[in-house]
Design a protein around this ligand. Structure first.
Ligand code: SAH
Length: 341
């Protein structure tokens, strides 16, 4: 059930110990309520309840729960129940998807709602974070390419330190935490320190950003496999040969700066010069843009368009399928012709 009550400047009585109700108290304060916490349901007399908008019982119904229900009934105050905070700290590693709020999972939103601390990245959906995690301290550990704001060891340390202090820590990452996200390293650091860590997968940009541009990563009769590669560092010639030899879709993350090496390598490995290639920048943002070309034209096209990270590259016939579906085939044909002449 979702109750939509304006609690600004309204008194809310929270019944529970300081430890178990700290998250609930923080959440109601964040909603603007004036919170009056009571350790014991028996203390919630008519005088305490009078004029309150809401009473909140935290944790298991104790012996006083029945009494509280009756007192609330008499005072005409709504009574709701909330789960107690976990005693020990935990870490929840969340994949936030490619940036669109709608692509955050329900489990991720539920974990954020219960968070005391959120450590988030640059590509995570951050716009609505204050609303999604109303009780949490928000810490930006995001990395800009080439500018590591908080080094990985420092992030691992922060996760463990906050959890050992008894907090529910959410680590929010872009896309899926196990796809080029170093999520497994953070999981290992938590487990090594004896901190329970749960992983909530996310919608990876590897599939969703091409989809945002209308490009399916597989299409019956066109491509029955896709490979996701990191372009963080140039690939070896053996890797170029393997990729070209597979004959399916190639999706490259972090590949804008190494695009020239990739294109040259795939060409050397025998990939057709007219293989369609798309660069999809800033998927799901207002400035999302697709630059399409072929293996022989894309470096010039991406350079002319000043393509920048973050972008997902898609190499394969599925690019043509996507552009066809959107009536963009003419665009690709024009590009190919102009660069061939
Ligand atoms: N774990 C993430 C990937 C992290 S690597 C995931 O599963 O999506 C970071 C790279 O992801 C970026 O360099 C870019 O290639 C890609 N990326 C993530 N979000 C993107 C977006 N909204 N638009 C375009 N590319 C994106």
């Amino acid at each position: 059930m979702h109750l939509d009550i304006d609690l600004a400047d309204r008194r809310v009585i929270v019944v529970g110990t300081e430890q178990t109700s700290r998250r609930v108290v923080a959440r109601y304060r964040a909603a603007g309520a004036v919170v009056d916490r009571q350790d014991d349901a028996a203390r919630c007399t008519q005088a305490v309840l009078d004029g309150a908008a809401l009473a909140v019982l935290v944790g298991d119904p104790s012996s006083g729960a029945g009494m509280l229900r009756e007192a609330c009934g008499r005072a005409g105050v709504l009574l709701v129940r909330e789960a107690a905070a976990l005693e020990a700290g935990t870490v929840t590693l969340i994949g936030g998807g490619p940036g669109a709020l709608g692509l955050l999972t329900l489990d991720a939103a539920a974990a954020l709602r219960e968070a005391d601390v959120v450590l988030y990245d640059r590509l995570a959906p951050t716009e609505a974070l204050a609303e999604l995690a109303p009780a949490a301290e928000l810490v930006d550990v995001g990395k800009l390419p080439g500018h590591h704001r908080v080094p990985q060891a420092g992030i691992n340390d922060l996760l463990v330190r906050h959890a050992l202090a008894g907090h529910h820590v959410v680590r929010l990452k872009g896309g899926d935490p196990f796809v080029f996200g170093r999520g497994s390293e953070e999981l290992a650091a938590c487990l090594e320190a004896g901190v329970p860590c749960r992983v909530i997968p996310g919608v990876s940009s590897a599939i969703s950003v091409p989809a945002a541009a209308g490009i399916p990563v597989t299409h019956r009769g066109v491509s029955h496999l896709f490979t996701v590669v990191s372009g963080h560092a140039p690939l070896s010639d053996a890797e170029h040969e393997h990729l070209a030899g597979l004959g399916g879709t190639i999706v490259v993350l972090m590949g804008v700066s190494t695009l020239p090496q990739l294109v040259a390598g795939l060409g050397r490995a025998g990939m057709r010069a007219d293989m369609p290639v798309a660069v999809v920048e800033r998927g799901y943002s207002a400035s999302q843009r697709t630059t399409a070309g072929t293996l022989s034209s894309i470096v010039t096209a991406a350079g002319a368009a000043r393509c920048q990270s973050p972008a997902v590259l898609v190499i394969g016939e599925v690019v043509r399928v996507g552009l066809d579906l959107q009536g963009g085939a003419a665009q690709l044909a024009r590009l190919t012709e102009s660069l061939a002449s």
